[in-house]
Design a binder for this molecule. Structure first.
Ligand code: ARG
Length: 258
């Protein structure tokens, strides 16, 4: 009899332990995380300080913090997909991702294929050279090789500029390679976003000059056409602007750029 009671107690204890384990897995915090809707965001993590990879592989930057703040605001769990910049619009069109935050300028041309939120940041364009370079103006680009990132407004701008000044254009699919090519003298000029360029100029001891010909539209979040998320994200951005969070992120990531 004693033995039966003991084994009952043993089985009972096991059952209680199993139940506890179960509730731990799905309990309060666990349940919230697993049942949260997922928001898939694509970016091209080659564009510090907006998005880049740490040596550990972790993707960090202004856009990443902004995406997390938006997801938090709207009650989503954020999932990030890293892809080539020139594949981002296609990924939205195929609805493979819910949104893109990648320092993407809200151009009229892109608006034909995707929707944009309100702009969250404004930048310009710059031509970056080695420090000792004698290229100081757009006319000096004549006969030189200028690299741009594939699919960017800089690629488009450079093509238009080629009608006035005769230079060789080298489109590369990764923005980080622009600076590598410059440092190893395979190109003489890298044409890229001003906020990103100023970072490299400081870190790598490079030089550069502003592009006086361009006035690029602000950077915005991009969505598949007709996405319900546009209004939600606009509201979240408005809130982040009002409560100072947006400015806080600019101070954290873009201070040297402003
Ligand atoms: N602002 C430029 C554009 O929209 C360049 C953006 C590049 N972004 C990146 N993550 N590589 O075309």
């Amino acid at each position: 009899m004693k033995k039966t009671i003991l084994s009952f107690m043993f089985i009972f204890t096991l059952l209680v332990m199993a139940a506890c384990g179960q509730s731990n897995k799905d309990g309060a915090t666990g349940e919230k995380a697993s049942s949260k809707k997922v928001l898939t965001m694509a970016t091209s993590a080659d564009f510090a300080p907006f998005e880049s990879r740490e040596p550990s592989g972790k993707i960090i930057g202004f856009d990443i913090d902004l995406a997390n703040a938006i997801a938090d605001e709207l009650g989503y769990k954020l999932e990030i997909k890293d892809m080539k910049f020139d594949g981002l619009i296609g990924a939205l069109q195929a609805k493979r991702v819910d949104m893109v935050i990648s320092g993407m300028s809200a151009t009229e041309k892109r608006k034909k294929n995707v929707d944009f939120s309100t702009a969250y940041n404004h930048s310009g364009e710059m031509f970056v050279t080695k420090k000792d370079s004698d290229i100081k103006t757009i006319d000096d680009l004549k006969g030189k090789t200028v690299a741009v990132q594939l699919g960017t407004i800089q690629e488009e701008g450079a093509k238009a500029l080629q009608k006035k000044v005769d230079f060789t254009l080298k489109p590369l699919d990764n923005a980080t390679n622009l600076i590598q090519e410059l440092l190893s003298n395979r190109i003489q000029v890298a044409y890229l976003d001003k906020s990103v360029a100023t970072g490299y100029i400081k870190q790598q001891g490079l030089a550069g000059f502003d592009d006086p010909t361009s006035s690029s539209p602000g950077m915005a979040v991009a969505f598949p056409k007709g996405s319900d998320l546009v209004d939600d994200v606009d509201n979240a951005l408005k809130k982040l602007e009002e409560n100072g969070k947006l400015q806080e992120l600019k101070d954290k990531w873009l201070k040297d750029q402003q």
